[in-house]
Write a protein that binds this ligand. Structure first.
Ligand SMILES: [Cu+2]
Length: 120
């Protein structure tokens, strides 16, 4: 009899877990990709560090595709802010161009706007 009770409890527990897993929740976590210009591994670190920010769960920049992937909580941070954070450290995004003063402060290897950088 006791084992029957345990089985029932276990079954109930599994049922509750199942129902919770299926109940629709408002989608808070969003993944987006947008273009960010950069030139080297230092750029990658700089771009990803800039997104070490409240509400951002994951950020990865791909040098060869010039695309940045970001996973973020839409209740804590907006897409526009992600672009601002990246532009602020000197990298042009598909929405915001970095200020020249900031861009000019970047190390030579990072000057992605200058075509000659990639040919030396
Ligand atoms: Cu760089």
């Amino acid at each position: 009899m006791k084992s029957l009770v345990y089985s029932f409890l276990l079954f109930s527990f599994l049922f509750v877990v199942e129902v919770n897993a299926q109940s629709p929740k408002p989608k808070k976590v969003q993944t987006i990709e947008f273009e960010v210009h950069g030139a080297c591994g230092m750029c990658k670190d700089r771009i990803e560090s800039a997104l070490d920010y409240k509400g951002v769960k994951f950020a990865e920049w791909n040098k060869s595709t010039q695309m940045l992937k970001v996973v973020f909580n839409t209740k804590k941070i907006q897409e526009q802010k992600l672009h601002e954070l990246v532009a602020k450290v000197g990298h042009d995004t598909s929405k915001i161009k970095a200020k020249d003063e900031v861009y000019n402060e970047l190390p030579d290897c990072c000057l992605y706007r200058d075509e000659n950088v990639h040919t030396h």
